[in-house]
Design a protein around this ligand. Structure first.
Ligand code: PBG
Length: 334
């Protein structure tokens, strides 16, 4: 004790913060462009259209969506995640369009894999863009029916895999879907297709802008998606969901939403040591983008900080609508 005091203070943590070069040398986590996944909305409409609640993001027509995928690749991004906006007149009760081999997602996957084969392509597996209800599964008597939905999800996953997508990402939160999809893909010679399960997906107000983007929010009912997406108050249940999906054959676990759920991400990464990704969802984008546009935050600073926090918590990769912006910032050598 005396010794320590006589040389007070022996440790001066500020020494390691005194200049940028030393800060960089001791930095514990690095945010890299290669960790980012860029989500792209593609529309059946001929013209791209702005999404009001997501300034700067559009529902792109197929040509522009393809251009964006090229841009992502050029910037060093490794994968894109595709989401469709389906016209109301094509939607029906069981989401039939989701199982058509020439639907807009399959078309876009084929175009991307033909022109940029080294870019990873992720397809969402869930019915919500295609159903009149906007629910991720089949609705009967006001309930989302689990087991009948599974057969449809298997079909959707298979046609996406056959179109050439690298990762199918069940985001529907039905029970048992990872195992069913894995078996179905394998039976149909698609054992190489990866499964990224939205293992832990909370029922969140943060998905509002996404639902506006894909026009799927009108008929969800009072409980919205609470009968299948998780209660935000729970974390033990998150561990259970993750462990089930690992046993069922998931290659990658996705935790969602992002920033408010980093405690969940950290626990899951620590416990299972599995590839674990995070999704900075549409509402998080909207909050930040609006604050950037109003001048409250400086874009470069706030994006690097927030996305670095995902890495610090243990995310291997991050899906973010800011992927191109962040890639540009990192390119400048921030
Ligand atoms: C569809 C799906 C949703 C998101 C990804 N896939 C919305 C939902 O579950 O309602 C949300 C993504 C975002 O908000 O950015 N099952």
């Amino acid at each position: 004790m005396n010794n320590y005091l006589s040389n007070f203070p022996l440790h001066r943590p500020r020494r390691l913060r005194s200049s940028k070069w030393i800060r960089k040398l001791v930095q514990e986590t690095k945010l890299l462009t290669e960790d980012l996944i860029f989500p792209i909305f593609v529309t059946y409409e001929r013209k791209s259209s702005k999404i009001k609640s997501m300034p700067g993001i559009c529902r792109y027509n197929i040509e522009e969506a393809l251009d964006l995928a090229h841009k992502a690749k050029e910037l060093g991004i490794n994968a894109v995640a595709l989401f469709p906006q389906v016209s109301q007149d094509i939607k029906d009760d069981k989401g039939s369009e989701a199982f058509k081999k020439d639907n807009i997602i399959c078309k876009l996957v084929e175009k991307i894999k033909k022109t940029i084969p080294s870019l990873g392509v992720i397809c969402d597996v869930a019915l919500d863009p295609y159903t009149k209800s906007g629910h991720d599964g089949l609705v009967e008597n006001g309930k989302v029916i689990n087991d009948k939905t599974l057969d449809l999800l298997c079909e959707q996953a298979l046609i996406n895999a056959q179109a050439g997508c690298d990762i199918v990402a069940p985001s529907d939160m039905m029970d048992g879907r990872v195992q069913k999809i894995r078996n179905y893909l394998d039976k149909n010679n698609k054992e190489e297709t990866l499964i990224m399960s939205y293992a832990v997906k909370y029922s969140s107000s943060m998905y509002g802008p996404f639902r506006e983007a894909i026009s799927a929010s009108l008929n969800l009912g009072e409980d919205k998606k609470k009968s299948y997406q998780m209660d935000y108050a729970n974390i033990n249940e998150a561990l259970k969901e993750a462990s089930m999906d690992i046993k069922e054959g998931a290659d990658i676990l996705l935790i969602k939403p992002g920033i408010m759920y980093l405690d969940v991400l950290k626990e899951i990464k620590k416990k299972f040591k599995y590839p674990t990704f995070s999704y900075q969802v549409s509402g998080e984008y909207s909050m930040l983008k609006n604050a950037i546009l109003s001048g409250t935050f400086k874009e470069e600073e706030v994006l690097l900080e927030i996305l670095s926090c995902f890495k610090r918590a243990g995310a291997d990769s991050i899906i973010t609508y800011f992927a191109l912006d962040v890639a540009n910032i990192l390119k400048k050598g921030a």
